[in-house]
Design a protein around this ligand. Sequence first.
Ligand code: SAM
Length: 403
Amino acid sequence: MALILEKSSRFLLKKIKDLRFLTQKRNRVKEKWAVTRVKYPPSKLALQHFDATYGAQLGQLWPSVRVALLSERKYGALLNNFCHDAAVAEYQTQGCKDFISDGAQEAQPPAEQKPEVGTTEEFSDDSLQEGACLDNQQQVPLKLSPNIKCFVFPRGDVTRFKPARPDRFGLLGYYLMDAASVLPCLALDVQEGHTLLDLCAAPGGKTLALLQTQMIRFLCLNDDSVSRTLRLKKVLGSYVPREFLTDDRLRITSFDGTKWGEIERNTFDRVLVDVPCTTDRHSLMEDDNNIFSKSRTGERRMLPQLQLELLLAGIEAACPGGEILYSTCTLSLHQNLSVVEQAVHVAQEKLGIQLQVVNLRPLTQMFRNTFHFAPNLRLGEMVIPHLAANFGPIYLCKLRRLT
Ligand code: SAM
């Protein structure tokens, strides 16, 4: 009996040992996996960073902005006037509307106050709200191109657009983008015959919006990333007929935009400087290619300097009287207002260029039913994400060269 017991306990011990061995082996794999797994993925680091900085910056607004940033974003469908497919019309039956013409109509003064024909979309000083911080900003009329159309579903409606279909010429009917990204293009106020530089153009959403105006005499598109420039070319090929993409109308380059001043100064009527930034939404949602990854800390810290250099290059590239639109997709004060303030100062002190900040309050007034704007921003305007209208963040500030 004792022998049987001893044998079975030895057998049991062996089994337990085997099991431990197996478990250990399994654990070893798990441990290894656990060691290689990033404890703090970049998206988590981004959230920690935003909680610390935006919590202080936005105060009571931050919790709701945070929820919106962490929720599914809303898209707009930028209508492609070059396409012969009326795909967006299908969405209109579902309540989808062109927010631009809607906003323009709402901003129309009452019939008895209507200005003369041809100036119906101009704003007057009356549209300014009292108490806004505008002492250093210039109020000027702004004409919106009637050709830029961007469809969105109503507030609170999160219906998604289907991917666009090609028409019989292979051109797509609409481009899906954050509808707030159209605002910098509208604010740029492109007029007939203008020359335009898009300094950081890829992948090309804003370029497409600008091309819809069909008013540009010459468009120069640049992006220092060769791969992204290829993407830009592909986007143009899918949306714009070849006859609009000829050398006498368009130039595409892959230069370092900060050096633009060495190439071409005092040239363009309009310059769009849509800089690389912490792309707040992307940084919270995607770990791939995330600027908050440890390996990109240096790059992230240098962003405001890069943004400043790009904006200064854009200022130099504009002609006297020309206008420059600075934009980002971050809520960061350091990448927005501070960059603009420094650029205005450096342009005056080092380049001898006097600038005027153009007041964009009429634009925000016009689109206040579509977007949530940050209240009383000292310089420029900012769309802040909101669950009922989950667009942005988009910061925009417009400068005019006086000299
Ligand atoms: N405007 C684009 C659009 O609407 O699709 C988005 C531009 S994205 C916010 C910023 C772009 O700046 C990136 O494509 C990046 O490759 C480019 N970029 C970064 N550094 C640059 C530099 N030094 N010169 C020119 N472009 C640069």
